[in-house]
Write a protein that binds this ligand. Sequence first.
Ligand code: ADE
Length: 230
Amino acid sequence: MIVEVVSIFPELVGLLDVSLLGKARGSGLLEVRAHDLRDFTHDRHRTVDDTPYGGGAGMVMRPEPWGEALDAVLADGPAPLVVFLTPAGERFDQAMARRFAAEERLVFCCGRYEGIDQRVIEHTAARARVLEVSLGDFVLNGGEVAALAMIEATARLLPGVIGNPESLTEESHESGLLEYPAYTKPAEWRGLEVPPVLRSGDHGAVARWRAAQSLERTRRVRPDLLPPEA
Ligand code: ADE
């Protein structure tokens, strides 16, 4: 998979090398390319923003550097899905990560300030598949951290990136429920015991206990995830 990131902080993309995704990049499963939006400006100050039409606080990212950056990125390589990061977008989730993981090429456009001139999104949508996506219902200073989170969630779904693919099917959000609690050795730590059923060797009992814990945890912490009849 090819992932491209357009940002005024392209060096942030280097963070991906630190986690297990560094290995995926090394092995050729994932190629991440960062582009500096300021390389597509032509003034001495490399200006990327200006005041909003209609007034109001903050600055808006100008369309010209974005247009040139996207011209360059779209001109070469397989047809991508272009993702604009914005708190005003559709909310990212595990299903969207799976959808991203099926793409050959993803282009993440990281806005800063009060966002990107809307004509950039409109213009791009006329030549490529475009989504406006939010990491969650909170506001970041820019799309970079959101893009990194989405890239990590997506890349770990690529075949070969995670050593044991079974760990992908058991985890929170894959089944629609939160994951059951996990324990490792020692069996007793600071007076706290690992639930005996997990040490019983009874695989059926373990599976039933985990299913019940998943349901109880989801009911308690995230009742919004439960189907209406549960
Ligand atoms: N930029 C600022 N806030 C954001 C969010 N919640 N998701 C994606 N991009 C953002």
